[in-house]
Write a protein of this length. Structure first.
Length: 290
């Protein structure tokens, strides 16, 4: 790397001085730190897609020294080389990849998305009209799934048969096969939680789908975890806290999309990366508010 002439001690002295002058606004701090070393942490695109029936791996464009890690969990990345196995990664999520270099005492990062759909982690109170949930595409609030809502051209097919020939609609989940929208009221009425649902029930399912996007219609899947509670007051505090944490990490930091590269001194960045597992999304069905 080009900046090895700066010793770690000098780097931290300069970083501390800049941090003292500008407080915790690390946009200013980063403007004084050269980015050329971080541009090498580049995968050629910020959205990657699974492909069916082929090896689908990607390496950083440059050979880089350090240790790789990523958040949230779900990205199949080699910690030594940075190679990503796209087909083995959780799709529909945005990841922040970090390259930590102990010699220069710096961390570079790169933001990318593995294309696909996800569903928002949240509570759906049915008697308040929260009866349906739409998928999120490419981990962006602005992401539009390239689907025809009328279903005439079959650009999107949701709840297709799994490799074992199963569909979640067989279990009672009501899914619009053209848009991926899930009807929670209809799902409850279908007996998905049984004839007499019990507070705290959890049911895990996996929905398979195909989208004619960069994946070329490859068979993709998203796991879903459904919960049931009679009233909002019956929801445990621990689950409420976990839902709030998951909501904060669903879209990553969308402001980083305009510049996926960043470099900063450890513990000096304002980037608070999401942690833990983002999958499966939690769909908490609450029959009534009170």
């Amino acid at each position: 790397m080009k900046n090895n002439q700066l010793s770690p001690v000098c780097f931290f002295v300069i970083s501390f001085w800049l941090y003292s002058c500008f407080g915790s606004d690390n946009n200013l701090l980063e403007s004084y730190i050269p980015l050329e070393d971080c541009v090498g942490l580049n995968y050629g695109d910020t959205i990657l897609y699974i492909r069916e029936g082929v090896e689908n791996k990607v390496m950083p464009k440059s050979i880089l020294e350090g240790t790789f890690r990523s958040v949230p969990e779900g990205l199949a990345i080699d910690l030594d080389t940075g190679e990503i196995d796209i087909n083995a990664s959780e799709t529909g999520l945005k990841y922040k990849i970090f390259l930590e270099n102990g010699e220069t005492q710096t961390v570079c990062s790169y933001t990318l998305t593995i294309g696909g759909i996800n569903y928002p982690d949240r509570f759906f109170v049915l008697d308040q009209g929260e009866i349906e949930v739409m998928p999120v595409y490419n981990s962006s609030r602005r992401g539009l799934i390239p689907c025809d809502a009328g279903g005439s051209d079959k650009n999107c097919l949701f709840d297709v048969e799994s490799p074992d020939g199963e569909q979640i609609s067989d279990l009672g989940v009501v899914v619009n096969t053209n848009t991926g929208q899930i009807d929670l009221q209809g799902t409850l009425a279908n007996g998905f939680f049984g004839r007499d649902p019990i507070d705290g029930q959890e049911i895990d399912v996996k929905m398979y789908y195909r989208i004619q996007d960069g994946s070329a219609g490859a068979l993709n899947a998203v796991g879903l975890r459904f919960f049931y509670f009679e009233t909002k007051g019956n929801v445990p505090g621990e689950l409420i806290e976990e839902i709030e944490a998951r909501q904060a990490q669903l879209f990553g930091d969308e402001d980083l999309n305009t510049n996926p590269f960043s470099r900063f001194a450890p513990r000096r960045s304002h980037f608070a990366p999401p942690s833990g597992r983002a999958r499966p999304p939690y769909l908490v069905v609450v029959s009534r508010l009170r």
